[in-house]
Design a protein around this ligand. Structure first.
Ligand SMILES: O=P(O)(O)OC[C@H]1O[C@H](OP(=O)(O)OP(=O)(O)O)[C@H](O)[C@@H]1O
Length: 627
């Protein structure tokens, strides 16, 4: 199966008052739609290759549409879907447009329940049919389901095998479809169970429909459908009768935050997005907890339910380092601290010659870590200044003081990113080309052949950014030495929980370790790791071990980093190049509440991750390495 990649963002809205209320208070019944637009635009960082939205209108009469959806592909997808929705309203007379009653009765997308999704599809070939939300339609209103999610399941094969053994026939072999079918199947059963119950009570016709909708318990539906899911997920859904939900994985891998007052319930992947869109403080926003669901009934009653028992929390630290916007109050502090913690290894790399060193960052995400790094160096310099003053042995005169105090850390805007897009997750070949042309430099920002250049990035994954662009272009400034600093540790293992980093053999750290093993006549380490991996195929995934760790085990971080420099430095580069990395301990100290670090440590939070890395390593050996 072509695995689908979901580096995504979600947004949900439940309006708790009639549309007239918003028309009167905010001048538009499109209040919910507009807020959804804001929530999605502000999470643009999470997905630029597709977007979709869905809406449910409460209390529609039979024969009237009540579930609407719009989807589009491409970096302009958000504008496109909202443009298409607005097109429905463009020919209306002003009095119709401002008539909430008319909108509710006659206009599409004039509803109370909304959800939106942003997607990074890694290959254009997956097409519009893979853009969320997904719909499952039915003649029974309560059986209609719209689903979208920020997720990746590691055990689709097992689930597929199980549900087909039960007699189901999914239309596609893809995790999104399977989840839609699983939740949909349980929803059908829930509705059918209630139907029997209502019939027994003597209800008939539409009374049955209404009674079912009043009693439906999505908590039940989620409990039964999600119990075998192994992966990272925040799945959002809504039914044709107006119930809605969002459920988070038991390890708390993927993030979700929610806010509610008497007008609105909002859920999004990132907290500051809600803060800005609704102008509410961080303290009023709640995190959806591990294994928890927020459930909104048809009448707008909210309930939190523990769907799956919370496991050891392994919230994704890469969200903090790179994926989320840095405007969250906690993420901002964490990124700064990541930068600050790199003071000592950087000092070592520049041989303590702060005076002849220019500091900068690779835009955009690394900017915040750069501020932290500068703070660290400012503090370091202050200590030196105090020592210098004390060493004078007398009360310093004005000139002496001025000379000492004028010593500053030299920070410059050296690298410029010409294109706003995040290249990180762009598809293979186009990414190489994009990375090659996306950066530029500021000429004259350092003294040629005299100054060192320290430049921080948030992560080095494949090394494309460095090899294709950064190192070569920085060398044109003729720095004495280029010190690349990574605010995160070495990325050594694939993700599998919703962030598509790359396949194993694309990781520059992995390539470096393999090269070192070959060079040092240690190929037996590779053979042993392969044999052990191969031997455990077929074992229950809970018993599997990540033997890829053995590939890295013989080497220090520094040895691997030095090999990476060799692999990434273009021929003809004149400056000496060094890469300095964050340690795992440094990461944990900076992001203490987000301990999920499998891409750095190889410690996968779920058995499914271990099974997948095992297979990825076997595939690498058999298809790429070939003994
Ligand atoms: O080693 P690589 O495989 O090249 O990947 C790592 C690079 O990708 C990201 O940049 P991106 O352009 O995605 O985003 P940004 O502008 O948000 O930093 C990240 O900040 C690194 O620069």
């Amino acid at each position: 199966m072509e695995p689908l990649k979901h580096e995504c963002g979600v947004a949900m809205i439940r309006l708790l008052k009639p549309l007239e209320y918003y028309q009167e208070k905010y001048g538009t019944w499109m209040y919910g739609l507009n807020k959804l637009y804001l929530l999605m635009e502000k999470q643009h960082n999470r997905g630029q290759e597709g977007a979709g939205l869905a809406c449910v209108k409460l209390e529609a009469n039979p024969g009237e549409e009540y579930m609407f959806r719009e989807r589009a592909l491409g970096s302009g997808a958000i504008t496109e879907i909202f443009g298409t929705v607005q097109n429905h309203f463009k020919d209306l007379a002003p009095e119709q447009l401002h008539d909430a009653g008319y909108a509710k009765k006659c206009l599409p997308f004039a509803g109370e329940v909304y959800m939106g999704h942003l997607r990074y599809s890694t290959t254009g070939k997956s097409g519009i049919s893979y853009v969320h939300p997904f719909l499952r339609r039915n003649n029974w209103r309560a059986k209609n389901l719209a689903l979208c999610g920020n997720f990746n399941m590691t055990n689709v094969d097992e689930i597929f095998a199980r549900i087909t053994a039960d007699g189901q026939h999914p239309r596609k072999y893809a995790d999104t479809y399977i989840m839609l079918e699983q939740v949909g199947h349980r929803l059908d059963r829930e509705v059918e169970r209630l139907y029997v119950e209502c019939e027994k009570e003597g209800l008939k016709g539409m009374d049955i429909t209404h009674a079912i909708e009043d009693r439906i318990d999505l908590g039940n539906v989620l409990k039964t459908s999600s119990k075998e899911w192994d992966g990272g997920y925040v799945i959002c859904g809504m039914t044709g009768s107006g119930e809605s939900f969002a459920v988070r994985d038991p390890w708390g891998i993927r993030p979700a935050f929610w806010y509610m007052d008497d007008e609105i319930m909002v859920l999004a992947s990132e907290r500051p997005v809600i803060q800005t869109a609704l102008n509410v403080p961080a303290g009023s926003i709640n995190e959806l907890q591990s294994g928890q669901a927020i459930l909104m009934s048809k009448t707008g009653k909210m309930r939190l339910a523990q769907i799956n028992r919370a496991k050891e929390k392994k919230a994704c630290s890469f969200e903090r380092i790179y994926f989320s916007r840095g405007s969250d109050v906690d993420i901002y502090k964490e990124r700064k601290l990541l930068g600050e913690k790199l003071l000592n290894p950087i000092l070592k790399a520049i041989d303590y010659d702060v005076e002849h060193t220019v500091f900068s960052f690779i835009p955009n995400t690394a900017e915040v870590a750069f501020y932290g790094l500068l703070e660290g160096f400012d503090n370091y310099l202050n200590e030196l200044k105090v020592k210098k003053i004390e060493a004078l042995g007398h009360n310093p005169n004005h000139e002496e003081l001025e000379k000492i105090l004028s010593w500053r850390i030299r920070s410059e805007k050296v690298a410029i990113k010409d294109i706003k897009l995040r290249t990180f997750i762009a598809e293979g070949n186009s990414r190489n080309d994009l990375a090659a042309h996306v950066y530029d430099i500021t000429y004259g920002s350092l003294v040629p052949h005299v100054d060192n250049l320290v430049i921080i990035d948030d992560s080095i994954v494949r090394g494309t950014t460095l090899r294709q662009s950064i190192i070569g272009i920085l060398d044109r400034l003729h720095p004495k030495k280029i010190v690349i600093v990574s605010s995160s540790p070495q990325v050594r293992y694939p993700d599998y929980y919703g962030i598509d980093m790359a396949s194993m053999d694309q990781f520059i750290a992995f390539k470096a370790a393999i090269d070192l093993l070959k060079e040092r006549d240690m190929k037996d380490v590779i053979a042993r790791a392969y044999n052990k991996s191969k031997d455990q195929v077929g074992l229950p995934k809970e018993q599997m071990v990540n033997y890829v760790k053995e590939i890295y085990a013989p080497f220090t971080n520094e040895e691997i980093a030095a090999k990476m420099v060799e692999l990434l430095t273009p021929k003809g580069t004149q400056a000496k190049v060094e890469i300095v990395y964050q340690t795992l301990e440094g990461l944990h100290e900076a992001c203490p509440n987000h301990t999920g670090d499998w891409y750095f440590s190889g410690d996968y939070p779920t058995p499914g991750g271990v099974k997948l890395v095992n297979q990825a390593f076997i595939d690498y050996i058999e298809k790429v390495y070939q003994f």
